[in-house]
Design a protein around this ligand. Structure first.
Ligand code: PLP
Length: 426
């Protein structure tokens, strides 16, 4: 369909779109509205959303409970600065997060995006070392296949190989990017690096159980336990980036619960506000916070995003947490996982498929190669679904409220398009 609203033609030449070669990326879809698990386009077409707006809209779009909470907050106070001032939505949210998170992860530092939450976690680890009298701890260990965001520090701990940030090799701070321990031969890689560089390591950062944007790769609890042991052995802080995995995505509220590991710092965002407003949190354990607690003003954490603790976003997040309490989200995640495992299984025998895997509400079909990503994405739109493959990966990470028949439309579209094969070869 060719119809486009006036705002589309008037504005398109003035926006710069994410992760896009603007010359060749093709025209983005014009969206009129969203409802439940559907994206309604300006020309009237409806797409079933397979990735919940970059994994944020865990309760579907426009959930009435979140909408009502945001509307109430809008009438009272959309925003007030967090410097020297606090308010009920942020303090209630901080307390609720502290209760939900395992162990003594109980000091919440708010920000507005995942990348910034990672920057703050890194700054906490660096300054905690300085405050403890160990300023030589200036380096991070991160893991191959990892992705932690697009800002400078976050890029430096993202795997540069084949990732989005390989252009910036000589410019970013140099970190140590090692293989994830897999209990065959790679344990020694981390052990070796810790032996060599242990006293210079401020922190180790990992996405627990699932590395998302780096390729939807899964690892197990034993790997995380080993990373924790190595972090403790060399006196580095352990940072779990649960920006993707947090809030039920892997089957438990937080992935770290399955690993039985309490990190020193955890980062949260994406589904934190139920996909409604930008919000992120960096949460520290008491012993980390204590390294900043001092009569010396130089030991304070010098960070403070302007929109930190935004009241509307915190109200949305509180309403989102209500829904995790009042509705059976983790059961829905388990049901989605089972259905995806059944319905994506036929892909295993299709030409070009190297793996099919499911964890929680994440379903992955990995290909030998995808010839033309833009054409593949367009093929899915023709099938009435919004799925955004990347690299060699076709994946689903839908809203937890998706109906079984909607999920079947998503999985059927994947099976059909992969079987057809044309776009993969292009
Ligand atoms: C694990 C992880 N960390 C950090 C980020 C960056 O978050 P944001 O895009 O909100 O900056 C992402 C985004 O995909 C992510 O998946």
């Amino acid at each position: 369909m060719d119809w486009k609203p006036n705002w589309y033609a008037a504005g398109l030449d003035h926006v710069w779109l994410p992760y896009a070669q603007m010359k060749t990326a093709g025209s983005p879809l014009a969206v009129a509205r969203t409802e439940g698990c559907r994206i309604v386009l300006a020309d009237g077409r409806e797409l079933i959303d397979g990735i919940a707006s970059w994994w944020t809209a865990c309760h579907g779009y426009n959930h009435p409970h979140i909408r009502a909470a945001v509307e109430r907050q809008l009438a009272t106070m959309p925003h007030v600065m967090f410097g020297g001032l606090v308010h009920e939505p942020a303090l209630t949210l901080a307390q609720r997060l502290a209760k939900l998170l395992p162990g003594d992860l109980d000091r919440v530092f708010f920000s507005e995006s995942g990348s910034v939450a990672v920057e703050i976690a890194m700054k906490m680890a660096l300054q905690s070392a300085i405050n403890r009298g160990e300023p030589e701890r200036t380096t991070f260990i991160a893991f191959k296949g990892g992705y932690h965001g697009d800002t400078t520090g976050a890029m430096s701990v993202t795997d540069p190989d084949g990732g989005m940030h390989d252009l910036f090799g000589g410019v970013l701070p140099e970190q140590l990017i090692v293989d994830l321990p897999d209990f065959r031969d790679n344990i020694s890689a981390l052990e070796f690096v810790v032996q060599e560089h242990g006293e210079h390591i401020a922190g180790m950062i990992v996405e627990p159980l699932v590395q998302g944007a780096g390729g939807m790769r899964f690892h197990d609890a034993a790997a995380l336990k080993h990373i924790q042991e190595m972090a403790q052995a060399c006196g580095a802080l352990l940072i779990f980036d649960e920006i993707f995995t947090g809030f039920g995505r892997t089957g438990t509220m937080f992935a770290c619960e399955q690993a039985g590991v309490v990190p020193d710092i955890i980062t949260l965002s994406k589904a934190l506000s139920g996909g409604t407003l930008p919000l992120a949190a960096t949460v520290a354990r008491k012993h980390v916070f204590d390294t900043f607690w001092s009569d010396d003003s130089k030991k304070a954490l010098m960070h403070g995003p302007t929109y930190m603790g935004n009241a509307l976003a915190c109200a949305a997040a509180n309403a989102s947490l209500d829904l995790f309490q009042s509705e059976p989200r983790l059961k829905q995640v388990a049901d989605i996982g089972r259905q995806m495992a059944d319905e994506l299984a036929p892909c295993r025998s299709l030409t070009g498929v190297t793996d099919v895997r499911v964890k929680g509400a994440i379903g992955v079909v990995e290909m030998e190669r995808i010839g033309n990503l833009a054409a593949l994405r367009a093929r899915f739109v023709e099938e009435g679904v919004f799925i955004r493959p990347f690299g060699r990966i076709i994946y689903l990470a839908p809203s937890f409220t998706i109906a079984p028949d909607e999920l079947s439309r998503l999985t059927a579209a994947i099976v059909k398009v992969v079987r057809d094969g044309a776009v993969m070869r292009a």
